[in-house]
Ligand binder design. Structure first.
Ligand SMILES: [Fe+2]
Length: 305
């Protein structure tokens, strides 16, 4: 009886070890380094005209670094996005990678060149994220005020919106794309940050009744976004990276000062979409929250119910 129990114990321990190693390998290598999902939303936000149908692709939190998000993987993601044939592409910041497990940098000119293949008839627009400020041009190097990231994006033909709003027209129908400066751009202390965001100044540039899409790296701003904005798009949560309730519930909602850390929220008739993003921060792990390209269809014919 004792030997059977010992054999069962050893078999169970062996199976547990293999299962743990398998899950670990998946979470550390396969999901963050190889998987790519398309997450589609069909939205009918308020103040969005029936005549305007817009298909947008959203890429967030690239976090370029070796070995998980090499320049060739970024290029592959960009080509994958082109295959979705969006009207417009939005990039939601955090292009730089910089956790302690990075084996080598992917320089801004490298990931910028990879992103330069993105194509959309209405253009490609980006905001910066906190990591673009914190890491500067290279992981582990002093911040350079995000100028290296700006230069790389502009060289790639990507418009950088920092507290700036642009009026765009599709088939004669206008809409606005507004991009916010990063809300925690500068570290002033252990939990103290200074933002470069100017929501009021950005909104003041908007004229007329055309609908507004706001790009903002961090979702904390959503509580202050005026009703005038139909849709706010945010990144930095990575959807928690590890999608287990113990990690993703109250703690992350408090940390990001938002009622959700992933997905679609409608609050006071205002729409918010938070992407799981593409790369990783803090640790190179993803579990049940794979990298994703978000595909939005905004407006147009309502689905039959
Ligand atoms: Fe990020």
């Amino acid at each position: 009886m004792a030997s059977i129990s010992r054999r069962l114990f050893l078999q169970g321990a062996g199976a547990f070890t293999w299962a743990t190693a398998g899950v670990g390998s998946y979470a550390l290598a396969f999901e963050p380094g190889f998987r790519l999902n398309v997450t589609s939303y069909r939205l009918a936000p308020p103040r969005w005209p029936d005549e305007l149908t817009l298909r947008a692709a959203v890429l967030a939190d690239v976090h370029a670094c070796e070995p998980w998000m090499s320049a060739s993987r970024v290029r592959g993601i960009a080509n994958f996005t082109n295959d979705l044939a969006p009207d417009i592409v939005f990039l939601l910041g955090d292009f730089s990678g910089g956790h302690r497990f990075v084996t080598g940098p992917v320089m801004p000119d490298e990931w910028g060149e990879a992103l330069s293949v993105l194509k959309a008839p209405l253009g490609v627009y980006a905001v910066l994220g906190n990591h673009d400020w914190w890491h500067g041009a290279l992981p582990g190097m002093p911040a350079d005020g995000a100028e290296g990231v700006r230069r790389a994006l502009r060289s790639a033909g990507i418009a950088v919106l920092e507290n700036h709003a642009l009026r765009i027209t599709r088939n004669g129908e206008p809409f606005w794309v507004a991009g916010l400066g990063d809300q925690i751009a500068e570290r002033k202390g252990p939990r103290l940050f200074a933002g470069r965001d100017d929501l009021a100044g950005t909104m003041a540039q908007i004229r007329g009744p055309a609908p507004v899409i706001l790009l903002a790296h961090e979702p904390a701003i959503f509580r202050r976004v005026p009703d005038r904005v139909s849709l706010t798009l945010c990144g930095p949560t990575h959807g928690g990276q590890v999608n287990l309730p113990i990690f993703t519930e109250d703690f992350l909602r408090r940390h990001y000062r938002c009622d959700i850390v992933y997905g679609h929220l409608v609050e006071r008739d205002r729409h918010l979409v938070i992407s799981a993003g593409l790369g990783t921060a803090h640790a190179p792990v993803r579990f049940m929250r794979p990298p994703e390209v978000v595909e939005l269809t905004i407006g147009g014919p309502r689905p039959q119910s």
